[in-house]
Design a protein around this ligand. Sequence first.
Ligand SMILES: NC(=O)C1=CN([C@@H]2O[C@H](COP(=O)(O)OP(=O)(O)OC[C@H]3O[C@@H](n4cnc5c(N)ncnc54)[C@H](O)[C@@H]3O)[C@@H](O)[C@H]2O)C=CC1
Ligand SMILES: [Mg+2]
Ligand SMILES: [Zn+2]
Length: 276
Amino acid sequence: MSLRWQAALLDPSLPGGWVVVHCRQQFLLDDNGALFPRDWLKRLELPVLSEQGLGHFDGQPVFLFELEFPADVPGARWQGLRQFMQGDDRDLFQLLGYATQIGTWASQHRFCGSCGSPMQARVGERAMYCPACGVQHYPRLSPSMIVLVTRGDELLLARSPRFAPGVYSTLAGYVEPGESVEKCVAREVREEVGVSIHAPQYVASQGWPFPHSLMLGFHAEYAGGEIVPQPEEIEDARWFPIDNLPALPARQSIARYLIELYLARRLGRPEPVLPG
Ligand SMILES: NC(=O)C1=CN([C@@H]2O[C@H](COP(=O)(O)OP(=O)(O)OC[C@H]3O[C@@H](n4cnc5c(N)ncnc54)[C@H](O)[C@@H]3O)[C@@H](O)[C@H]2O)C=CC1
Ligand SMILES: [Mg+2]
Ligand SMILES: [Zn+2]
């Protein structure tokens, strides 16, 4: 858990504090970082769709400007959330991941999906409310499972066409309505690589802001079947021996954690710590 970053409800009508500026999974950045003095940035009249109070970073209040388009600000540039993830400052990534999810949700709920009226931010709660018909929306979270499938000293890892060249990862997928997470694990493994597994064991979870997933991490032992990669979704999938693994996902990801944890237990090494 981050000690420097704490989410909180802050009233955007209060002056002062810091602001992060988000648009389409990118943040404004200058030589001082991604936090800007809020009152100064307000004077630039940016195309702000929504302003939200996010919480405290190093004890200071932090707000969010969610922009309609990535406007030019003199002396500043835009940087993607993934690059912040790969940077050194994990607490900042936690703040920006939260800001991404709140900003995306706020900008996508400006109008009521039931009656089309403008929505209002609720006071005292992180929610958007339709005064015309009473519909209320909370920040969107999509439960997703992620699973490391193993067969003794072998790990089943797969590549999506979206991955960086050479990188293989654990299998992941969104939970469907009416489905338990355990059922989802078995279904996704069957769909994506065609193999069956024994009962999956829950390991750990991670909030994942690409775009709004709650990753529920599992380990499962292989039960049967040959690998058949799902067309379009899975470019390649293989059994990798633990002493000959391919390039792995980012250190901050639960995918990497599930792999490192299995290796640590199998090889009697110290267990890794899940970031976030
Ligand atoms: N933190 C980590 O270590 C990792 C996180 N992930 C995350 O897991 C999530 C699911 O992984 P995928 O293999 O992409 O899922 P997936 O295997 O279910 O396939 C993605 C497709 O599912 C559909 N879909 C169903 N429900 C959806 C929803 N609520 N939101 C968006 N699309 C939905 C879309 O057509 C989408 O293209 C993604 O958010 C991904 O970023 C994936 C791998 C590693
Ligand atoms: Mg998938
Ligand atoms: Zn409405």
